[in-house]
Ligand binder design. Structure first.
Ligand SMILES: O=C(O)CCC(=O)C(=O)O
Ligand SMILES: [Fe+2]
Length: 360
């Protein structure tokens, strides 16, 4: 396989920086090409510099709670559906409908883990989720970090980390461990969005500061056979930083930032979503017209169709091909329900556990 630079032209503003010199290129707002003209850009130059220097950034109050509530409502109706079926089958004593969003799934999970697992393994894709992925201030910030031609990756995950339950703890890893090696040097941005206040006690995210400057490290299969893990002996030096994030805030990390989250020791569920964005210059399976300086999938040259092939990417911001932006929930839903028939990336030849069966 050729080296990434020789087959993917024009991607220098998406390289994961090892120093702050990439700041100028990465700050789309400074080029005046972004579509957020009427709003002030959410990230200051200092915040962008911090992100590139340290490989992570917590931004408070980025997303209005009103834009989070529809996702919570969609999750609540999902819990309702599952709980009532389990009650009807005698597997759950009651539906705990009187409990609030933070506690209901915790109460249910004292009797059965089936509802939490169904949500973890599920592919929820309601309108509230689409509107959160395309929330304007979140996209403004993603544009500042990834550039103006912005792809949202369909690789998003909903994580109800229920109290005192090992399944929800995520071992140290880099997201690139799950992606095509071809994308290692380019920025695939994770926006980690808690739906409740995420604290050290309830299992918020931890990062190793500066670890994004390392290459992709060796990952092994975790004992759960559900996650890839960098073993303690292979972890890079660097400050291990706990990142509490209040509801409405976002933690941004790069695909090479080493991160983990530990067990939830509270009584509430640590609900979160992780969303991903990248420049359209990178490999993508989004159905878009390719511009001259963008990667065109070419198996012969070793350029894969996407950084994480099977789920479908879609264009969310663009100057060059505005009419190809996915604007409506219906279009998003269609993409979500028609995944591509491509193999899942498996660069560490891991053998995954079969999904835990759920009886709902
Ligand atoms: O939410 C968590 O606990 C882990 C999330 C994670 O690994 C990610 O967003 O990449
Ligand atoms: Fe991750």
């Amino acid at each position: 396989m050729k080296s990434p630079k020789s087959v993917l032209p024009g991607n220098d503003n998406n390289i994961i920086s090892s120093d702050s010199s990439a700041l100028k290129e990465n700050d789309a707002s400074s080029r005046g090409t972004s579509s957020k003209a009427a709003r002030p850009t959410p990230l200051s130059k200092e915040q962008i510099k911090f992100f590139h220097d340290r490989g992570y950034l917590v931004v408070d109050d980025l997303i209005p709670h009103d834009d989070i509530q529809p996702v919570m409502d969609e999750l609540t109706s999902e819990i309702d559906n599952h709980a009532s079926k389990l009650v009807a089958r005698g597997r759950l004593s009651r539906s705990y409908a009187e409990e609030g969003f933070e506690t209901r799934l915790a109460k249910i999970s004292q009797e059965t883990d089936q509802v939490a697992i169904a949500i973890w393994n599920g592919i929820l894709h309601g309108p509230g989720i689409f509107h959160l992925i395309t929330q304007p201030r979140l996209l403004d910030a993603a544009e500042q970090l990834c550039g103006p031609e912005l792809i949202a990756s369909s690789v998003y995950r909903l994580r109800p980390k229920i109290p005192n339950y090992g399944y929800g703890a995520v071992p140290w890893h880099q997201d690139s461990g799950y992606f095509e090696p071809y994308c290692d040097n380019f920025l695939v941005l994770t926006a980690w969005v808690p739906l409740v206040d995420a604290t050290e006690e309830n299992g918020t995210m931890w990062v190793i500061a500066g670890s994004h400057r390392k290459p992709v490290l060796n990952h092994k299969m975790h004992v759960s056979a559900k996650y890839l893990e960098i073993e303690e002996k292979d972890l890079p030096p660097g400050e291990r930083v706990c990142c509490p994030v209040r509801k409405g805030g976002v933690l941004f990390i790069t695909n090479r930032t080493v991160h983990a989250s530990f067990i939830n020791r509270t009584r509430i569920v640590r609900w979160s979503m992780d969303l991903r964005y990248q420049s359209a210059k990178l490999p993508t399976n989004a159905s878009i017209t390719r511009l001259p300086d963008e990667a065109v999938p070419s198996p012969a040259l070793g350029v894969p169709a996407a950084c994480y092939p099977p789920e479908r990417d879609f264009l969310v911001r663009s100057q060059a091909r505005r009419d190809e932006i996915i604007q409506s929930y219906e279009e998003f839903c269609h993409l979500r329900e028609n995944p591509l028939n491509q193999p899942v990336t498996n660069r560490f030849n891991a053998t995954w556990a079969a999904p835990k069966p759920v009886e709902i």
